[in-house]
Design a protein around this ligand. Structure first.
Ligand code: SAM
Length: 248
């Protein structure tokens, strides 16, 4: 079963037991992978559901739902100041593999990149591919890039996010290690799931005013160790630490 090809579908593609494949998916399954009539693959809707599916003509016939338990028992949102170049691609890919629930790209005072609208589509595609590859049952949500202060306001507006554990990673200063803070806290939202929000900065780091704004809305400044990590490495390390602390 685990060797079967996985295809991420939109929930609307499932209709009366049939998966209506897009032209792109038909091309991939029939021409690239050379699947034949009756061959099996897995369709995943990115929202927790997988189905064992059989190729019938150019469409998928659902055989049975599958149970997958690959998600972390905690919902993690990463707010990441966009790194320069294509660095964010790697953040999306690796953090999806590590189990992130939501990634919010943010533009901070020292962010160098001004992303084009096509970037968001590209990041969402990378997240879907990485979720397929890592056998996730959920495809992480990639939000539209917004200014750091706007992202902070939306955190304070949402009650459930206001109650979550919130950390801002700061490369300099004598702050507790994220690993030690995670072990001490236990908070849940209305739906019973623990949520953690972690913020990481750009190449030039946070300005003092940004750090203060984060602290003012409840973000605890934390360290990721004694070395200065690249803007791309920091969110991946933060995700690894949370995964290691919470994975059961
Ligand atoms: N130019 C900044 C400086 O020299 O202080 C370093 C910025 S670092 C390349 C990019 C971001 O990664 C930081 O803003 C922080 O959020 C995170 N980061 C990197 N190393 C870290 C560490 N050791 N502890 C906590 N956060 C770190």
């Amino acid at each position: 079963m685990s060797q079967l090809q996985r295809i991420a579908i939109a929930p609307s593609q499932l209709q009366q037991g049939q998966i209506l494949l897009t032209h792109e998916q038909q091309h991939y399954l029939l021409r690239v992978l050379r699947l034949r009539e009756g061959d099996r693959f897995i369709a995943m809707d990115g929202q927790g559901k997988w189905w064992l599916t059989q190729l019938v003509g150019e469409q998928g016939q659902v055989l049975e739902p599958l149970l997958v338990q690959t998600e972390l028992p905690v919902s993690i949102t990463l707010m990441v100041a966009l790194p320069k170049g294509n660095g964010f691609d790697e953040v999306v890919r690796s953090c999806t593999e590590l189990g992130v629930a939501t990634i919010a790209p943010v533009l901070s005072d020292r962010t160098l990149l001004n992303p084009s609208p096509q970037k968001l589509e590209r990041w969402r595609r990378i997240a879907a591919e990485a979720a397929e590859q890592s056998e996730r049952s959920f495809v992480p949500t990639i939000l539209e890039p917004v200014a750091f202060n706007t992202a902070l306001s939306s955190v304070t507006r949402h009650l459930s996010l206001g109650n979550s554990q919130k950390y801002i990673c700061e490369a300099r200063g004598n702050y507790s290690h994220l690993r030690d803070c995670l072990n001490k806290k236990q908070m849940t939202t209305e739906n019973g799931q623990e949520t953690i929000i972690i913020v990481t900065g750009p190449e030039g780091g946070w300005t003092p005013a940004e750090l203060e704004s984060g602290i003012n809305v409840g973000f605890q400044p934390v360290s990721l160790g004694h070395r200065i990590l690249r803007a791309v490495t920091a969110p991946i390390v933060a995700m690894s630490l949370v995964g290691a602390a919470y994975e059961v």
